[in-house]
Design a protein around this ligand. Structure first.
Ligand code: G
Ligand code: G
Ligand code: MN
Length: 744
C-alpha cells in the first residue's frame, strides 16, 4: 500500500487532493509578512501622474537615488529593461545604478524563441544598465490548473543559469530547476507598499526603509502581469515575487514528497490493525490522522519541509477500513462459535478445534432439562447452564467446556483411563449438591458419557444412556464394539445363509407400456434371517461386497432367477429376468467365467436374461467396464444401465457401451408428473435413449398420473409399487398372467 501511495503521488494522481488539503493548511497558519521586504508599486496613482508610457527612465533613476538616500539594502526591479529608450535617460539611469550602494537586481525574462523553436532566449536588460546590476530571472511557474503555488530557485535561460528574483532578494543560492513552494500563509496585504510617485517625490518616511529590500514592479490593473493563486485569488506578479522572497527569508522550503509520512503511516497501520476492538481501532485511526497532520505541520514549521500527506491519509483510511472489516469478521466468527444465550463456546467451536489432541471427549447431559427450563424460565435456565459450567470447569482441571446442545455440555479429556474415572466420580460428587439460582436451590440430574477421541455425538449419546440407566457415567466404546461384533458375525452367517436357503429372491414386474403386458421382471434378493427377520439388501450387499461374498451371492441369485424363469416358461409365461450385478463384479474374471459356465449348463435362452449394472460402475473404469460388458453381450445377455441420472455419465458416453436398456433412477421419475424439471429430464432422456437404440425403463412409479405422463413421453417400461412390489415367483406368475388376460 505504501508503494501504491508513492507511485500515486509521484505520478501526480493525488496532486489535486493534495492541493485541496494544503489550502486550509496554510490558511490555518496565516501570518503577516516580516516587513523586511517593501514593494514600490507602479500603481494607478503613479500611472495617473506620469502620463506617458513607457515611462522615461529618468523616473527610475530618481527612485533609485531616493531609495539609496534612505539607506535601503537592495533594490530589485520587476520591470522590463530589455530594449533601449532615449539614450539620455538610459545613461541617467545607468549613472544612478552605478553609484547605488544598495545591491541592484535587474530581471531577465526567459522567452520561447519562436513557434518552431522551443529554446528559451534570455531577454536581458540593455548593456549600459546590466553592467551595474545582478541579473535574476522572473519566470513564474503556474501549475497545470493555472494557479501559481511554486517558484523556482533558479532557471536556465539561453544556457545560462540564473537565480530567481526571490532567491536573489533573500540571498539564497538555488539549484536550477528546483521549485520551492510559496508560503501562502503569508498575508500578501501585510507586505508594506509604497506608491512609485510618492517615492520619486520624496513623500515618504525614509527611516522605514533603512536596511530593507525593495522590490519595484507594476500593480496597476492596466499593466496586466497578474496571476491566479490558490489562496489569495489573482495577485500582481510583483506581489507573488515578494511572497516568494518572504518565503525564502525563513529558509528554503522543500517539497519532501510522501515517503516520510507514508513510513509513519505504515507503522500506524500496524498499530491500527492490532487493535483488539472496533472502538480502539477507530480511536487509533483518528489519532493516526491527527498525528500525521501534526508531523506535516511540524515538518513545515520547524524544517520548512512540505510533505505530501494525502497518500499517508489514504493509507490510514484504508487501514481503518480493513480493521473494521476484520473486526466485523471476528465478531461474526465469535457469534458463530458461541451460544447466543450463555456466551459459552458451542458445537462449531468444538469442531473447529479438530486439530487439538484428544484422548477422550466427555459429555454431560442435564436430566429433564425441558422441565427445568419451563419451571425456571429462560433467563434462569441460562444462569443454571453457566453455574453448571463453572462447576464442571472446577472439577475437570480447567478444561474449557462447550455447550454442544441445549442440554449437553462437553469437553476434551487428555489423561489415562484411571485418571478419567477419578475425575468423573469427582464431578458426579460435585454435581450432587444443589445449585442456587435466583435464591432457589435447584437439584440437577447429570449423566456423563465418554467417547473415544473427538467422538462428540457418541459421548453425548452415552451421557443420555447413563441418565436413562441411572448410572453416573457410561462409555460409548462398548456400544461401538458390540455393533462391530454383530456385523462381523452377520458376515460369518452369510455363507451359511446361502447354503441354508435363507436367501430369497423376489421379482418386481416391469410393465411394457406399448401393450400393458408384463414382459420382464427384476430379481431382488432378501435375507430371511432366523433371528433378525427380513433383511433388506442395503444392509448386507455392501458388506458382502467388502468381504468378497458378493460373487457367491450373485451366482446364487442368478441360478435362482434362471430356475424360476424356466419354471414360468414351462407354465407358458414368457418374461425376461433382470439380475443386479455389483459394480465390482462387472470386471471380475471369476464371476464372468462362473456365469458363463452356469449359462451353458442351463437350457434358458440367454436373451431372456438382463444384467443390471449401475451407472457408477461404468464410470469407475470405463475401459474395463466396456470390455466386460461386451463379454456378457457376447454370451447373449442384454445389458441394462441402472440408476441412470445419479452419476455423471452422459448419453454420448453411454453410446460406446454395449447397452440395450436404460433405467431412469426413481428420484427423477417419482415426481416427474408434478415437477417440470424432472419431467424435462425424463422426456429428453427418453428421446436421446431412443436415438441411441435403447429402450427406457422408468423406476419408482407410484401413481397413476406418473404412469400417464410416462406414456405421453413414449417411455417403454414402467417399474414401481403401482405396477407391483417385489414379490415371490408364484405371485409374480399370477400377476403376469392376469395382466396378459386384461391386455388381451
Ligand atoms: O430391493 P431393493 O429394495 O430394496 O434393493 C435395494 C438395492 O439393492 C437396489 O439398489 C438393488 O439394485 C440392490 N440389489 C437387490 N438385489 C441385488 C442383488 O442380487 N445383487 C446386487 N448386487 N444388488 C442387489
Ligand atoms: O437400484 P435398483 O433399481 O436395483 O433398486 C430397486 C429398488 O427400488 C428396490 O429397493 C425396490 O424395492 C425399490 N423400488 C421399486 N419400486 C419402487 C417404487 O415405486 N417406490 C419406491 N420408493 N421404491 C421402489
Ligand atoms: Mn436394479
Amino acid at each position: 500500500m505504501a508503494l501504491l501511495g508513492v507511485t500515486a503521488s509521484a505520478t501526480g494522481a493525488t496532486d489535486e487532493i493534495e492541493n485541496a488539503f494544503r489550502a486550509p493548511f496554510f490558511a490555518a497558519q496565516s501570518h503577516p509578512a516580516s516587513g523586511q521586504l517593501h514593494i514600490v508599486e507602479m500603481d494607478a496613482a503613479s500611472l495617473a501622474k506620469i502620463k506617458r508610457w513607457p515611462w522615461s527612465r529618468d523616473h527610475y533613476a530618481r527612485v533609485v537615488d531616493r531609495l539609496n538616500a534612505a539607506g535601503v539594502r537592495s533594490i530589485t526591479f520587476d520591470v522590463d529593461f530589455s530594449s533601449p529608450s532615449e539614450p539620455v535617460a538610459d545613461s541617467r539611469l545607468a549613472a544612478s545604478l552605478a553609484k547605488s550602494r544598495a545591491v541592484i537586481t535587474l530581471p531577465t525574462f526567459g522567452q520561447v524563441a519562436g513557434s518552431s523553436d522551443m529554446r528559451t532566449l534570455d531577454a536581458l536588460p540593455i548593456a549600459v544598465l546590466r553592467k551595474h546590476a545582478v541579473i535574476a530571472s522572473v519566470a513564474v511557474l503556474p501549475d497545470r490548473d493555472g494557479l501559481v503555488r511554486r517558484m523556482p530557485l533558479g532557471t536556465m535561460t539561453d544556457g545560462v543559469p540564473r537565480p530567481s528574483l526571490a532567491a536573489q532578494i533573500a540571498g539564497r543560492g538555488g539549484t536550477v530547476g528546483h521549485p520551492f513552494p510559496i508560503d501562502s500563509a503569508i498575508e500578501p496585504e501585510s507586505i508594506p507598499r509604497h506608491s512609485f510617485v510618492a517615492i520619486e517625490n520624496g513623500n515618504f518616511d525614509p527611516s522605514r526603509l533603512v536596511g530593507k529590500d525593495v522590490l519595484i514592479g507594476a500593480t496597476a490593473i492596466e499593466m496586466g502581469d497578474r496571476y491566479a493563486t490558490s489562496r489569495h485569488g489573482v495577485l500582481p506578479g510583483v506581489v507573488i515575487q515578494a511572497m516568494a522572497a518572504e518565503t525564502l527569508y525563513s529558509g528554503t522550503p522543500v517539497e519532501a514528497g510522501s515517503a516520510f509520512l507514508l513510513l509513519a503511516a505504515t507503522l500506524l497501520t500496524i498499530w491500527i490493525l492490532l487493535a483488539a476492538s472496533r472502538k480502539t481501532g477507530l480511536v487509533r485511526g483518528a489519532a493516526s490522522l491527527f498525528l500525521l497532520a501534526m508531523l506535516h505541520w511540524l515538518g513545515w514549521s520547524a524544517a520548512r519541509m512540505l510533505f505530501d500527506i494525502v497518500p499517508a491519509f489514504a493509507m490510514i483510511l484504508g487501514a481503518t477500513m480493513i480493521m473494521l472489516v476484520q473486526q466485523f469478521q471476528a465478531d461474526q466468527r465469535h457469534r458463530r462459535m458461541h451460544d447466543t444465550r450463555t456466551g459459552l463456546p458451542n458445537r462449531f467451536a468444538f469442531d473447529s478445534r479438530m486439530g487439538d489432541p484428544a484422548i477422550f471427549t466427555i459429555a454431560a447431559t442435564i436430566g429433564g432439562y425441558e422441565r427445568l427450563e419451563t419451571v425456571l424460565g429462560d433467563t434462569k435456565a441460562d444462569q443454571l447452564i453457566c453455574r453448571i459450567t463453572e462447576r464442571l470447569t472446577m472439577g475437570n482441571g480447567g478444561e474449557s467446556v462447550f455447550r454442544v446442545e441445549d442440554r449437553a455440555l462437553a469437553w476434551i479429556f487428555n489423561g489415562e483411563q484411571d485418571e478419567l474415572k477419578s475425575t468423573l466420580s469427582g464431578l458426579a460428587a460435585l454435581m450432587r449438591s444443589p445449585l442456587e439460582i435466583g435464591g432457589r436451590m435447584v437439584d440437577v440430574q447429570m449423566g456423563f458419557g465418554i467417547g473415544q477421541g473427538r467422538a462428540l455425538s457418541e459421548a453425548v449419546h452415552a451421557a443420555s444412556q447413563a441418565l436413562q440407566k441411572g448410572e453416573p457415567w457410561s462409555y460409548h466404546v462398548a456400544a461401538e464394539e458390540a455393533a462391530l461384533e454383530r456385523e462381523i458375525s452377520l458376515m460369518g452367517e452369510l455363507d451359511a445363509a446361502i447354503a441354508d436357503n435363507q436367501l430369497e429372491v423376489l421379482y418386481q414386474p416391469k410393465l411394457a407400456l406399448a401393450d400393458d403386458r408384463i414382459t420382464s421382471v427384476e430379481a431382488l434378493v432378501r435375507w430371511n434371517h432366523p433371528e433378525r427377520g427380513f433383511l433388506r439388501p442395503d444392509l448386507f450387499i455392501p458388506m458382502a461386497e467388502e468381504t468378497d461374498r458378493i460373487n457367491s451371492l450373485t451366482l446364487f441369485v442368478l441360478q435362482r432367477t434362471i430356475d424360476d424363469n424356466l419354471s414360468w416358461r414351462a407354465k407358458g409365461l414368457q418374461v425376461r429376468s433382470a439380475v443386479n450385478i455389483s459394480a465390482r463384479l462387472v470386471v471380475s474374471a471369476a464371476f464372468l467365467s462362473a456365469a458363463e459356465a452356469m449359462l451353458s449348463r442351463s437350457t434358458i435362452p440367454p436373451e431372456n436374461l438382463i444384467f443390471e449394472v449401475t451407472e457408477s460402475a461404468a464410470i469407475a473404469d470405463p475401459k474395463a467396464a466396456a470390455a466386460a460388458l461386451t463379454r456378457f453381450r457376447d454370451m447373449g445377455v442384454s445389458i441394462s444401465m441402472d440408476d441412470y441420472g445419479t452419476g455423471q455419465a452422459s448419453l454420448t458416453y453411454l453410446k460406446n457401451l454395449p447397452l440395450s436398456e436404460l433405467k431412469i433412477d426413481r428420484s427423477f421419475v417419482q415426481f416427474a408428473h408434478r415437477d417440470s424439471g424432472d419431467a424435462m429430464l425424463v422426456r429428453s432422456t427418453v428421446g436421446l435413449a431412443h436415438e441411441l437404440g435403447l429402450s427406457v425403463v422408468a423406476e419408482g412409479v407410484e401413481d397413476e398420473e406418473c404412469l400417464e405422463f410416462l406414456r405421453t413421453v413414449g417411455c417403454d417400461y414402467a417399474q414401481g409399487y403401482l405396477i407391483g412390489k417385489p414379490m415371490p415367483a408364484e405371485a409374480l406368475f399370477a400377476l403376469a398372467r392376469e395382466a396378459r388376460r386384461a391386455a388381451a
